[in-house]
Design a binder for this molecule. Structure first.
Ligand code: MN
Length: 241
């Protein structure tokens, strides 16, 4: 029976070598036994373009490629910190890049996958900044700058949003329930899986007379990484240490 694995919010960077080591082991020892691994955003603490090959990026990309080479399908939804991943990243890893919302059949129902930042609609400042940063004009101009300049600019942009600097759940605005329900209604789904908020939980609620659930993935730490496994109709949480 195919097993689907879900992770998000690893925030990999040179400052978090423990989390990088944990992911490399997770890919080699655990993800390799799944049929598909979905990374729901913020794999990296910052991604300034596919030409950035500072450590530990090459090692991470190679481990992802090794996973896809042995047959585990790899899917990636960009987060607010790594939305600039592009074609070269896809080619280097063998992953499939998915749009901000992706619908799949999972556990006998329609499931909607997202990073989660779009659900935090109460944070108007962030949503406004998000629209600016995601515009093709901004992205084109940003990627045309030299790498060193992009690295410096990314640090500067992150200072403009509280969430972009802090990784504490208390500093990240939570999902808005009406927004959650609207996304599920539009997708005709009753299961939502996302990360971003760093508030892992299973939220059960009624949606237009049916049972719905919102599964929030945890952020990873240096010593433990939480992941979701879906096998048949069974959905379970696990910790990789
Ligand atoms: Mn995020």
């Amino acid at each position: 029976m195919p097993e689907y694995l879900f992770i998000s919010d690893l925030h990999l960077s040179p400052e978090r070598p423990g989390t990088t080591s944990l992911l490399l082991r997770f890919l080699r020892e655990r993800a390799v036994h799944g049929s598909s691994l979905f990374i729901l955003g913020d794999l990296f603490d910052a991604w300034v373009g596919d030409d950035d090959r500072r450590p530990p990026i090459p090692e991470i990309l190679a481990a992802m490629k090794q996973l896809t080479d042995v047959g585990t399908r790899l899917f990636f939804i960009a987060g607010n910190r790594d939305f600039l991943v592009g074609d070269a990243f896809v080619k280097a890893t063998g992953c499939h890049l998915l749009p901000d919302t992706h619908l799949i059949e999972l556990a006998g129902t329609q499931a909607l996958l997202m990073h989660g930042d779009l659900l935090c609609s109460d944070d108007r400042d962030y949503q406004q900044l998000r629209s600016q940063l995601r515009s093709p004009a901004f992205i084109g101009e940003f990627l045309s700058k030299p790498l060193e300049q992009r690295i410096a600019l990314a640090t500067e942009y992150r200072k403009r949003s509280g969430e972009a600097v802090s990784l504490k759940a208390a500093d990240i605005v939570d999902a808005n329930q009406s927004t959650v329900e609207n996304y599920l209604r539009d997708a005709q789904a009753l299961l939502l899986i996302h990360g971003h908020t760093h508030r892992p939980a299973n939220h059960r609620f009624r949606l237009d007379g049916a049972d719905a659930v919102r599964v929030v993935l945890p952020e990873w730490q240096a010593y433990c990484g939480g992941y979701l496994s879906v096998c048949g109709n069974s959905i379970s949480r696990h910790v990789f240490v």
